[in-house]
Structure formats: C-alpha cells, structure tokens
Design a binder for this molecule. Sequence first.
Ligand code: SF4
Length: 72
Amino acid sequence: MRLPGKPPKSSDGIRCNLCSNECILEEGERSYCGLRKNINGEMISRVSPEVALAYAYLDPLPMNCCAAWVLS
Ligand code: SF4
C-alpha cells in the first residue's frame, strides 16, 4: 500500500481530527496513516473495535523501534 509522504490537505476534502496530522481527504484519497479514505464523500476507516490492521516484516535491525508516524 502506498501512503502519502505527508498529510493530505485537499482544499475541498473531508477533515479527520483523530490526530494532529489533521488530514483533509478528497474523493478517493488515502490518509497519511493509511487507515482512512474518502469514499463517495464519506470518511471510511479500515479499522474498528472489531477489525485490526497489522503488518509483519523481517527487520534486519531488530533493535529499531517503530517510527513515530506508525504510532500516531
Ligand atoms: S488519524 Fe490518520 S487520517 Fe486521521 S488525521 Fe491522523 S493520520 Fe490523518
């Protein structure tokens, strides 16, 4: 999944206020965190209290911690 390099700030989009990135998503646009998307003018979340989104990968430097944006 390709994520935007910075929080989207589309002038006529829908705003998300869940975190300080305050993404503003135009139709079809995916959020900075990758968890939200504007579909038909509605902010759709890929996660819920019942559904989680998780990734697993082989970290060649296992002492590294998650980047801050992963935790936002
Ligand atoms: S929670 Fe995600 S969609 Fe909402 S403002 Fe933060 S980065 Fe953007």
